[in-house]
Design a binder for this molecule. Structure first.
Ligand SMILES: O=C(O)CCC(=O)N[C@@H](CCC(=O)O)C(=O)O
Ligand SMILES: [Zn+2]
Length: 340
């Protein structure tokens, strides 16, 4: 078995439900297709970096899938040398074939065992992806570094085109090298989460000690309609990381100049069938509101903006009761963070 045309995306979409494991060889390493959409690449050289790159956790977020498929092709065709351990995941091929965010339940709410509380085709997929990540990190060298970049695109437009959701890490310091990587990757803003959640990047961060993020790279478009030149900065930083096993070094001033930081204040949680957001569908991510503005209401609750300038991210009331219908964030400065 081989990957026809070194096109892992096409192979995955042609086998959306399952694929028997097989190996592929290339100049700088060996690849192991472990499941459909799960490809582990082991370099020939020793390495201190274990990188998970996941895409298509939401099936319709195709831009990052095309970007990572292009990187993989370059590795498999010996145009890009592999110097890191790399696990590539195309998260939800069945939904991708249907051009849907998900089929039965949002895969990015099912991690850290949350799949136990749901039913549908995403449930075994979440278990399978947790297992793939667990096995991947379990085989990492002691003292080596674990990274997980979970690449997405957003439903609506945004005041900051590219932004990152940084998982909650409690009192731990934020990693300057990772922030430097984000700044060099053309990321405009970073949201610092205020609580644990059940997303994929939080899972790798909390369960496996990885530096992990949800990375939003722009707006959702169908396969073939993405302008990949908009991803050029992160394409370059990923190529450099993969081929040199090094992150770019940026001082605090450059990070401060490049990244806007926001602290998540509240998660808006849908608490009733009649829960509504008061804003229109075309309001962009990072739109700010005045103190006292009523952002959401239901027969059970009302959410009033707590401080002028607080802004909305990912507003979406079309979710099951109990799930997040948006995040409220507030600008903060880099100097407020403990860095290491
Ligand atoms: O644009 C939207 O409303 C959703 C985009 C998206 O899929 N975002 C992720 C963020 C995950 C996180 O909070 O780390 C999601 O909602 O799963
Ligand atoms: Zn997404």
């Amino acid at each position: 078995m081989m990957i026809p045309d070194n096109d892992f995306l096409a192979l995955t979409l042609n086998h959306p439900e399952s694929l028997a494991p097989f190996q592929v060889a290339f100049a700088s390493g060996v690849g192991f297709v472990e499941e459909t959409g799960v490809l582990r690449l082991e370099p020939k050289c020793p390495t201190d970096i274990n990188l998970v790159l996941s895409v298509g956790i939401h099936g319709n977020e195709t831009g990052p899938i095309e970007l990572v498929n292009q990187l993989l092709k370059a590795i498999l065709e010996d145009r890009l040398a592999l110097s890191v351990r790399l696990l590539v995941i195309i998260g939800n091929p069945i939904a991708a074939n249907r051009a849907e965010r998900f089929c039965d339940v949002n895969l990015n709410r099912l991690f850290s065992g949350a799949w136990r509380h749901y039913e549908g085709i995403e449930v075994p997929r979440a278990q399978c992806l947790e297992l793939a990540v667990t096995k991947f990190y379990a085989a990492s060298k002691e003292g080596s570094q674990r990274f997980h970049y979970d690449l997405h695109t957003a439903i609506r437009g945004s005041e900051y085109e590219k932004f990152v959701v940084h998982p909650f890490i409690g009192d731990a310091p934020y990693d300057q090298q990772q922030l430097g990587f984000l700044a060099a990757s053309g990321i405009d803003a970073v949201l610092l989460s205020h609580q644990p959640t059940t997303t994929f990047s939080y899972y790798s961060s909390a369960e496996h000690g990885a530096h992990g993020f949800t990375v939003e790279l722009g707006k959702v478009y169908p396969f073939g309609e993405n302008d990949l030149s908009r991803f050029e900065a992160i394409n370059q930083t990923l190529m450099s990381l993969i081929s040199t096993a090094k992150l770019p070094v940026l001082d605090q001033q450059r990070i401060d100049d490049s990244l806007k930081l926001f602290a998540v204040q509240d998660a808006l949680v849908k608490d009733h069938d009649d829960y509504q957001l008061t804003i229109s569908d075309d309001v962009k991510n990072f739109t700010g509101f005045e103190k006292g503005y009523e952002l959401a209401r239901s027969s059970q609750s009302q959410y009033l903006v707590k401080a002028s300038g607080d802004a909305i991210i990912f507003p979406n009331a079309n979710v099951p009761i109990g799930q997040r219908a948006g995040l409220v964030v507030r600008p903060i400065s880099l100097s407020a963070l403990t860095l290491k």
